[in-house]
Design a protein around this ligand. Structure first.
Ligand SMILES: [Zn+2]
Length: 176
């Protein structure tokens, strides 16, 4: 995503987010952390995504804090498991069975966009949902008619963007 942390133009936004949310807060901010983790019982969130560090990622994690059930807040990775557990020949993992994880991200993206808007940053739903293709549950997003894969992916992204737009109307500062 655009607007990297080291861009001086966005430094004031970063500082304002810090002052608004991380002054004397029970949730800690660590610039080297990707997503959310729990260390010694303390919840830490950060702006990292791979080699990039971006305050929009941090705002995404802050939105997860709002969206997640209260009892999952202090669980590593929000205590989320992606689908059904499988084990074959010593290998194991989780395989999603529904689009539940995408629906959760859609709610989080809506909150993230509303929060970013408060900071004067406008990102469109279509832009923010583009990473949905990397979620393993993406293939479970329901579309009316199926065709070839790029077409299906495009339609699924439109479905997710619509969800985000509709959640944005529910998740106003007054009712979150
Ligand atoms: Zn997320």
């Amino acid at each position: 995503m655009i607007l990297l942390t080291d861009d001086p133009k966005v430094e004031h936004i970063r500082n304002k987010i810090k002052a608004d949310f991380f002054y004397d807060a029970p949730v800690l901010l660590d610039n080297d952390v990707q997503g959310q983790r729990v260390v010694d019982g303390k919840v830490i969130i950060g702006p990292r995504a791979g080699p990039e560090s971006c305050y929009t990622n941090l705002v995404h994690e802050m939105a997860h804090l709002v969206e997640i059930d209260i009892d999952r807040i202090n669980q590593h990775g929000w205590g989320l498991r992606y689908g059904k557990y499988w084990e074959i020949y010593g290998q194991s993992g989780y395989e999603p069975q529904t689009d539940q994880a995408v629906c959760r991200e859609a709610r989080v993206w809506a909150l993230q966009l509303n929060l970013l808007q408060e900071y004067g940053v406008k990102i469109h739903a279509t832009e923010i949902v583009s990473s949905a293709v990397y979620l393993s549950a993406f293939c479970y997003v329901k579309i009316r008619k199926k065709s070839n894969q790029p077409e299906n992916d495009k339609r699924r992204l439109e479905v997710v963007a619509r969800k985000v737009r509709s959640h944005r109307k529910e998740f106003t500062a007054g009712n979150v």
